[in-house]
Design a protein around this ligand. Structure first.
Ligand code: FMN
Length: 444
């Protein structure tokens, strides 16, 4: 038998020894502290969640402070009207003011917004849930360009509409209408901005509530005799639609849509049997007929609709092929790495990081189960404490071995949730036992 450490060799008065003797109370203190911390975390998270649920979208709050709407038992179908304008010499601005006055007379809260002071990057997505109806009154200038004030808005919208990270549903839920100002003397660029804004919003999944209006400064060619008359005609139509929406009417047709005499051609999925909104090209007043002028040419038979859709699909395919070819050429010239676009948008990155996900590669993330995290933290503290307090004890070695084994097991078996996304769309989200280490290998 080897020599036994005699009790005489222990110094019971040393601080380390007194710590060891009172270890039970220290463990208890640790456990109590951790429990307190966990409780605190749970309570603060719950409070955060509650406050998020209670907060009404900012746009709606703004409208509520004006005293226009009351969120009582009655369901609100339209919470307000936002009129955006892009004007250089003031015509569009005047039209926006006139439209605002008319919309306000329906008892709706109205906001008139100069596109110059509007950042779509931050704010446009608000309209998906705001229950507002957005009207865009935009002028076209030389070479079909927007006014200076609407330049950034148009640029952003154009890029977003062709950026796969935004997807086709980015603005799904937003309701809009467009009135463009132009001069048909500029034949090839007539009303190009109005057409484009309408097209880009549509491509992002927004819901067009009324056909696009086209104001023409050319009195001889103007449909109603002047740009003002064009605007008045469109305004009447817009207000009628607004009233219908206020009442909660979702379908502007009366069931005769088979014959194409309703506004079905302008609205996404408005009638049974017509699953998709007609594409942007055929949505101007002239092409689909106005309220006061029933254009017989605007009648679209269901059989023809198939042809139209095929045509549009074909065009889209051709465009995609062209784009593919172009990008192929670009790729050979430029460095592939610098050319590759990030799969994750900055907003999504921020949101996921806030949620505690660790981003792996470009399209996936992993979040450690918080109980495991807490457990690890606790064990780490305990291990440290034991190391300090019983440096000379053989328990230390035992604890080290135990801790090492535990870490090995945890690194393989840690429960973690992981997610995969493309652009702003979360493709999958799962909870697994294969741990962040394995997830990292799989996804990166
Ligand atoms: C210099 C200039 C260039 C224009 N270019 C176009 C054009 O390319 N296409 C078009 O449809 N209208 C064009 N217009 C017509 C304007 O869109 C029209 O006058 C509009 O009412 C101006 O609106 P605003 O007063 O709100 O700026 C042009 C007008 C000017 C003065």
């Amino acid at each position: 038998l080897g020599p036994h450490p005699s009790l005489d060799t222990w110094d019971f008065s040393s601080p380390l020894m007194s710590l060891w003797i009172n270890r039970f109370y220290i463990y208890l203190g640790f456990a109590f502290g951790i429990s307190l911390w966990i409780c605190f975390q749970i309570v603060t998270r719950k409070q955060d969640k509650n406050s998020q649920e209670k907060s009404v979208p900012k746009a709606t709050q703004d409208l509520m402070t004006n005293g226009y709407i009351s969120l009582q038992e009655k369901e609100v179908f339209v919470s307000g009207v936002k009129i955006f304008y892009g004007s250089q010499t003031g015509t569009a601005k005047g039209f926006a003011a006139s439209l605002a006055e008319a919309a306000a007379s329906l008892g709706l809260p109205v906001a008139v917004v100069n596109l110059k002071e509007y950042d779509p990057d931050d704010r446009l997505v608000e309209e998906v849930t705001s229950k507002n109806v957005c009207a865009f009154v935009v002028a076209t200038y030389t070479d079909g360009r927007p006014t200076k004030s609407a330049e950034w808005f148009c640029q952003w919208l154009e890029e977003a509409s062709s950026d796969f990270r935004f997807g086709k549903t980015y603005l799904k839920g937003m309701r809009y209408a467009v009135f463009g100002l132009g001069n048909s003397a500029y034949a090839s660029h007539f009303n190009k901005v109005g057409k484009n804004v309408d097209k880009w919003l549509w491509m992002l999944g927004a819901h067009r509530v009324v056909t696009r209006g086209e104001g023409d400064c050319d009195v001889a060619k103007s449909k109603h005799g002047s740009i003002e008359a064009d605007f008045r005609a469109w305004k009447t139509k817009f207000l009628a639609r607004l009233q219908a929406l206020q009442k909660g009417e979702k379908k502007p047709c009366d069931g005769n849509c088979k014959r194409g005499q309703c506004e079905s051609s302008a609205v996404r999925s408005p009638c049974p049997g017509l699953a998709e909104e007609e594409p942007f090209e055929s949505t101007s007043e002239e092409e689909s007929g106005t309220e006061d002028h029933q254009n017989p040419n605007s009648v679209v038979d269901v059989e023809d609709l198939g042809k139209i859709m095929n045509c549009v699909k074909k065009e889209k395919r051709e465009k995609e092929q062209q784009e593919e070819k172009r990008s192929l050429v670009r790729n050979t010239v430029k460095n592939e790495a610098s050319e590759r676009r990030a799969m994750i948008t900055p907003a999504l990155r921020e949101a996921l990081t806030k949620q505690g996900y660790q981003l792996i590669g470009s399209h996936s993330g992993v979040k450690l189960c918080r109980w495991t995290k807490a457990c690890l933290t606790f064990l780490r503290s305990l291990f440290l404490f034991l190391n300090i307090s019983v440096l000379s004890s053989h328990y230390c070695l035992l604890m080290s071995v135990f801790y090492f084994v535990f870490l090995c097991v945890v690194s393989i078996m840690t429960p973690a949730s992981s997610c995969t996304w493309q652009g702003n769309n979360l493709l999958s989200s799962s909870f697994s036992w294969n741990g962040p280490a394995l997830n990292a290998i799989v996804h990166s």
